[in-house]
Ligand binder design. Sequence first.
Ligand code: AGP
Length: 622
Amino acid sequence: MCGIVGYVGRRPCRDLLINGLQKLEYRGYDSAGISLLADGRIDTVRAVGNLANLRAAVGLDVEGGDGAVAVAAPPATIGLGHTRWATHGRVTEQNAHPHGDCSDDVHIVLNGIVENHSELRAQLTSEGHIFSSETDAEIVAHLIEKHYSGDLTAAVRQAFADLRGHYAFAAMHADHPDTLVAARQECPLIVGIGAEETFIASAIPAFLAETRIALAIENGEIVTVTPGEAQVTDAEGNPVERESDEVLWDDEAAEKGGYATFMRKEMAEQPDAVAETIADRLSASDRVDLGQVEAALTPEFVASIDRIVIVACGTSYHAGLVGRYAIEQWARVPVEMDIASEYRYRDPVVSPNDLVIGITQSGETADTLAAMRLARERGAKVLALTNIMGSQATRDADAVLFTRAGLEIGVAATKTFTCQVAAMYLIGLWLAGLRGTLSDDRLAELIAEMKALPHKIQETLDSVEDRVKAVARAEHRGRFFLYLGRNIGLPICLEGALKMKEISYIPSDAYAAGEMKHGPIALLDDSTPVVCIATDSPILDKVLSNMEEVRARGADVIAIATHGQEKVRDASDLVIEVPATDWVLQPILAVLPLQLLAYHVARMLGLNVDQPRNLAKTVTVE
Ligand code: AGP
């Protein structure tokens, strides 16, 4: 998840671009850059690290403030900017955007992933193009160069047709000082229209301080912007009529992308975040490609694995639990799951044929790091699953798999959780592919189902919120919430209860439904809301009979069910449906109404959901 911004107008735009990037830094901040076009020449400055380094590189904060590109005379009134969250290519100045073509006449910035970048790079290289970075994104600059014969929009359209993946990009050409062209395939792209000036950006906050007129760009569309104008066309070149809207957000709302809180904004980012996390790892239809991980965890090692141990804390622990069910189901490897603060002090028995997976979104959680180090010292191979490039976890592991959720500001983890679950599914299918424990058809079927998840996540977020709000209205004064589930539904109950505890402070518990009659059923009375994960699975009937047990004690049963599953209706007081998918993948959808329930209960209680009491986003203390 990177941030892109572009400007064409009458004002010097260096500062406008950098201020825009500042507002997009939550999307990525391991490196950044700007390109400015003046006098037929494009000047570029890139810097590794967060935006402060780029500001210093362009001399913005230095007395007199006239760094490298600042001295272009006349000052540039067209340019591109980018803040990066590396996916392809290391965090280096060379790999930072903007990227140029062979003659630096075309410059581009891109957010997302070009899945067919290897074959395009090979083809362009065979045609004589010279690449200066390791990134997938640079491909786009060379493709535009290849197709360019005077019409920038036409060249972008042809390049767009060659690309596969999940991205949004903007392009600039030295011969066109009054034009930027951008295109969208899944990743967000928005245009800001001002008086004789136009902005292109990944999100509205990048230009909201300058204009409140925004034009949304839809999937498969290309937009050509000139000062104060924007022309939208489809992939075939047909004009698309679209009304712009006035954005009424205040600055605080702007920082939250128009949402009331960071947590709600981050929940809304889940479709994109999961899409980015799986995109290039599922570019083939018959196998999972984990890239760098495969260098450290060789097929020989994978074949020799006797046991997998997952260590993590809090929400990451719950993602690990979902992963355990998926890995055992698909790859038939025994998986042990342990809370990191327990694992590190129980003198664990570790063997060289163990794969230990440490899950930590921040990459800095002390107990998880210590558990990973201990396992490694005792001879296990360690795979870190983290969301943060350069975090300590990346140094305490033999291999690293990154989720691509972007920065998560809300203390209560949401998008990092669904990305972790998606990543655990990738690991499960990758292991199954290498160990031959799934038929080719079944593997291809599951890969196809995974590729459909981002849309189903969007569909769920769009369809369940009103029903969830109704439950929150009815239950937010409750004294206790109970969550029940079985098998792969249980980790989602644990996560739902944790979210409710962390942000609403209402005592909440999660239980394996089969355990109810062994004690917790005593907690129930007619005021207890019981949330049951009753999505389709081989043990749904078992869950339904537990729901009957609960209802017999007068408690309200709120069931999360698979769309169209009638029999759940009879065993519950209220049903919240999520789209159907493979039963092992269902948890990534079933958690969404639980995130929203905790969120709306806490909001109705007037609580600060972004900064709950007693909690920190990253727990670096032991
Ligand atoms: C989850 O909402 C909490 N913020 C907390 O439980 C968190 O998951 C835990 O501290 C682990 O953090 P990590 O993923 O950064 O290691």
